[in-house]
Ligand binder design. Structure first.
Ligand SMILES: CC(C)(COP(=O)(O)OP(=O)(O)OC[C@H]1O[C@@H](n2cnc3c(N)ncnc32)[C@H](O)[C@@H]1OP(=O)(O)O)[C@@H](O)C(=O)NCCC(=O)NCCS
Length: 147
């Protein structure tokens, strides 16, 4: 029997999802490595791959509504085996539906896959934070998306 295609479901993460989030974060060294309990301070979206009866967490993003007019994407990761299948895109689309106002994020200038993803979704580079990452060795790029 051929494999059934996965459907990407996006839902709000709860504390029960923290082990899965920790696992995905560990497989993604380019993502911020937070103590998993810190996610309770923010809004977290989880991407789940559903196929047949099974549901497997594959990616997440954390964000905050900083002001009514501004939201910030704080972290985003997709586990390596499930990349390039639209998981991050589904998370970004859900973020855009939930957040209000302008969206901001910061990304290491060396993280070309992430920058390609954000540009693919219409984010634009608006500034540089010199030496923001890795003890001053790597610049941070500020990116913005207007609603
Ligand atoms: C960056 C990351 C989140 C992308 O997740 P993903 O689920 O693979 O992304 P998508 O499948 O939704 O990609 C959508 C588009 O983004 C671009 N893109 C994504 N990954 C890319 C890569 N490695 N190289 C070039 N373009 C890429 C492409 O345009 C892609 O469309 P395509 O696959 O049709 O060509 C993932 O690689 C990851 O978790 N990286 C490690 C953690 C990280 O860097 N987080 C960001 C911190 S700021």
């Amino acid at each position: 029997m051929p494999d059934q295609p996965n459907t990407i479901l996006i839902r709000t993460a709860t504390e029960r999802d923290y082990p899965a989030i920790a696992r995905i974060q560990q497989t993604s060294p380019e993502a911020a490595q937070w103590p998993v309990g810190d996610y309770s301070n923010y809004r977290v979206l989880l991407a789940v791959l559903a196929s047949g009866g099974s549901q497997v967490p594959a990616g997440f993003c954390a964000w905050r509504q900083s002001t009514p007019d501004e939201a910030e994407l704080l972290n985003l990761a997709v586990e390596p085996a499930n990349r390039r299948h639209g998981v991050a895109s589904a998370l970004l689309s859900a973020l855009e539906r939930e957040a209000t106002g302008e969206l901001f994020l910061e990304v290491a200038e060396s993280n070309l896959p992430a920058i390609a993803l954000y540009e693919h979704h219409g984010w634009a580079k608006t500034g540089t934070r010199i030496g923001y990452y890795h003890s001053g060795k790597i610049n941070g790029i500020v990116m913005q998306k207007r609603p």
